[in-house]
Ligand binder design. Sequence first.
Ligand code: DQA
Length: 151
Amino acid sequence: MPDQQSILVLHGPNLNLLGVREPQHYGADTLASINERLVALGQAHGIRVECFQSNREYELIERVHATLTDGTAWIVINPAAFTHTSVALRDAIAGVKKPFVEVHLSNVHAREAFRHHSYFSDLAAGVICGLGARGYEFALQHALAQLQTAS
Ligand code: DQA
């Protein structure tokens, strides 16, 4: 187990298309620019932030499993469409027992009915939706504050 604690930011399917994809819902920021800001915010607090995106459910599940041994203390996750479909990813995150914040760029409750249900929200420490890319920063700030309180 590494000495230093870290925070893992997980991005689900299609979030690699941020900047191009439906900007009316998801804004103009690219995933790379969002990740850069999150890593810098972590650095400013002396905490390593790792970002991982995949379009594949099993890769996200495997990455969640890896948190058991890689020093991850908190997870910030936007499961994207898997929010509404993936019992498997939910079970993975429940299985590793890491505290996490669920983030959505768009206000899923103001959109289609199928986006109103999340397989993650009842397990999450908190849920942020509708605040665009800044939602990730608010979620990370919460995780950083919790880590600093605990240490
Ligand atoms: C999303 C909302 C989901 O409903 C959608 O499938 C996404 C992105 C969001 O960030 O607003 O891919 O999680």
